[in-house]
Structures are given as C-alpha cells and as structure tokens.
Design a protein around this ligand. Structure first.
Ligand SMILES: Nc1ncnc2c1ncn2[C@@H]1O[C@H](COP(=O)(O)OP(=O)(O)OP(=O)(O)O)[C@@H](O)[C@H]1O
Ligand SMILES: [Mg+2]
Length: 351
C-alpha cells in the first residue's frame, strides 16, 4: 500500500512567551488521504492555525515543534528548512491559504501577474502555459476566465477570495490547506465558495484541509473531521460517524452549538467559559474544567484517543466516551420534557 498523502503524528507545538512555553498543539494525530476533504474545527484559540502553520513550515519565530512527526507521502518534513520546504513542498505539493488571506493579494498587481511570479519560482512553465492554467482554475472557482488580468480592487470580496483559492490551486497541488477561507464573507458568498469546493472535488484530484470554527460547514463539505479543544484533538473520524455518534463531550456540545439543516428545530448548545491557555506539558484533558461530566481521572493524564465502537478510524479522547453522550441526551430530554410541561401550563392560563 502506498503512503498516505499527509500524516500528522503526535505533534506538539509550543510558543515561547514571557510567561513560559505556551502549548498550542498537544500530541495531535491525523491522516489525510488522496482526494480526501478533511475538516478541522474548534473554538478560537484551540490551535487550528498553529497546526496548519507547522505543516507548511510557517510557524511564527517564537513557535517550534517540540515533538511528533509530519510525513508527506511517507517522508518526514518537520525538520526541512524554510528554503527546502519552499522549494520542494509549498505551492506545488501543498498550498496554503493562510487565515486572513483576503488582504494577501497585491493591490498594485494584476492577479495574472501575481500568478506568473509564483509560477516562475516553482515551475518551468511558460507565461502562456501558466495563464492557461490560471484560466482553468478561475473557471473552476466560478470566475470568468477573462478576468485573470483584473486588479484585485475590481473584484468583490467573495471574488477576491475565489481568486486567492484559484492561485492556491493553479499549480495543481496535491493538498490545499485553507484556513478560515470564508470567515470574513457574508453567508451568500460563503455558499458560493462552498458550491465551488464541490466542483474542486469532482474535477481535480486534490485533497483539502479545511480549517474553520464553523462545524456545520465541515459537515456539509468534508469526508472527515477533527474537533480540537485547547491544543488537543478531542475526536476525529468520518464526518458521518462523528455527526451520528459523537462521543467526546466537547465534540457533541460543539456540534450542537451550531444550527444543523438535518435538525432544524433543536435548541443551540452553549458551552460555558473559554478554552484555557496552557503552559507547559498538557498532561490532562484540556476540556476538564468546562466539562459537566469530568471525573478525577480526566486530570490525571491526557486521555488517549480510543476507537469508538471498535472503529479505528473514529477515535475519541475521553475516559467517559462510553457513557457521556447517553448522559447528555437523557439530561437534554428531561430538560425538554420539563420545558414542554411549562409551555402547556402557560397555554392553559391563556385559555
Ligand atoms: N506567535 C504566538 N506567540 C504566542 N502565542 C501564540 C502565537 N500564535 C498563537 N498563539 C497562541 O496559541 C494558541 C492557538 O492559537 P491558534 O492561532 O493556533 O488558534 P486557532 O484555533 O487558529 O484560533 P482562531 O480560530 O482564532 O483562528 C492560542 O492560545 C494563541 O494565543
Ligand atoms: Mg486560526
């Protein structure tokens, strides 16, 4: 069997700060296969962008990988220098749309000029060949081919974002890492972009690591999902499995904090508090202080990721994963019954 496209294995990333070493990613593991759309979700500050930056060698100067491996087609890449990564991996193999990339287009250059610059650094293709490639990807993301020579200001916000996605795609990378690609856009523009992501899947054999705090987007467009809380991956697996049978309290509470077209009537969950900033080794469950079902052992070691119902591709890192969801459902239904009773008595009073 050939090596997976990307393997992240036990990855820990820390930032040096005035208060000490801040752990942004702790022992994170996942795999992305050819053609797979993989979604990474979690609240602000959970470590999603840090993971993406570690993969492409784009960590801030005070950040470092302190343990774990990143393998691209079986080759360890976590120790490659910036120039090796840039020469060999970035753009051609893995292209990265950083968070906040809306402002990354140079306002003084036509989009085609920016594409040619990137193309000349990373390929031997001629201007004409590069322009053809850019036109093809413009078409795939729903922009008119004739507009490759426009300046960024001639595009709307959603079109600029699609132009950035086209630039990330036009050198035929194997993996695109898109960090919050639609967060700054309104819902209609977000929809337009995700409609085009589907086309990406059908027409290019590309894999996607989609990072967002909005898990409903991932449930609609990704094959697999990982849900992260304060440096740790709480749960990951096939999207259908995690959607239908979530086991980590953070995963199911986070999932239920968003509207879901499959369950339009349910109340939205509210998770109290915020993810903590963690200094040093994270040898406990980072969700324990916010978890209604936390037990003493949640603080006695980082819970290992265990298969859910014997399915090794769906894992949850919770010592109470066998019972927490049941407890949550039964508590939720008793709340609803209580609420329902109240509604009936109120209606009685109106009558
Ligand atoms: N250069 C840095 N120096 C110190 N701490 C940092 C640095 N970059 C990020 N952090 C911290 O690392 C943690 C994870 O940050 P990261 O940006 O990876 O989160 P995120 O999940 O992408 O959040 P968001 O959804 O807001 O983009 C946070 O506590 C953040 O404050
Ligand atoms: Mg981020």
């Amino acid at each position: 069997m050939s090596d997976p496209l990307l393997e992240v294995d036990g990855l820990t990333v820390q930032y040096e700060t005035n208060e000490g070493m801040l752990t942004a990613t702790s022992n994170a593991s996942f795999t992305i296969e050819d053609g797979e759309f993989f979604g990474l979700a979690g609240e602000s500050g959970s470590g999603k962008s840090t993971l993406a930056k570690a993969i492409v060698g784009g960590l801030d100067d005070n950040g470092q990988i302190t343990s774990g491996e990143i393998r691209y087609r079986g080759e360890e890449i976590q120790n490659l220098s910036d120039s090796e990564l840039s020469e060999r991996i970035r753009w051609k193999d893995i292209s990265w749309i950083p968070q906040g990339a809306m402002s990354s287009l140079d306002p003084l250059q036509r989009v085609s000029e920016q594409a040619l610059e990137i193309g000349h650094v990373h390929t031997d293709l001629t201007d004409e060949e590069l322009r053809e490639k850019l036109k093809e990807t413009f078409d795939i993301v729903g922009l008119q081919e004739s507009r490759i020579d426009d300046y960024p200001h001639q595009f709307s916000g959603g079109m600029q974002q699609r132009a950035i996605i086209a630039l990330a795609l036009f050198l035929d990378p194997e993996l695109v890492i898109a960090d919050e690609p639609t967060t700054a856009l309104d819902v209609i523009m977000q929809d337009q972009i995700f409609k085009h992501l589907d086309r990406l899947k059908e027409e290019l054999d590309v894999s996607l690591l989609l990072i967002t705090h909005d898990i409903s987007v991932i449930f609609e467009s990704c094959d697999s999902v990982a849900i992260m809380h304060a440096s740790q991956i709480a749960e990951r697996g096939a999207t259908e499995a995690v959607h239908a049978n979530p086991r980590h309290p953070y995963a199911f509470m986070f999932k239920e904090a968003f509207p879901d077209i499959r369950e339009p009537k349910r109340d939205l969950e509210v998770i109290e508090g915020h993810p903590p900033e963690l200094m040093g080794e994270v040898d406990f469950c980072s969700f324990a202080d916010r978890c209604p079902w936390a037990a003493p052992e949640c603080r006695e070691g980082a819970p290992p990721s265990e298969p859910v119902d014997g399915d090794a591709s769906h894992v949850a890192a919770c010592v109470r994963s066998d019972e927490a969801y049941e407890l949550y459902r039964s508590e939720a239904s008793s709340r609803t019954e209580g609420g329902g009773g109240q509604a009936i008595s109120q209606m009685g009073e109106v009558d």
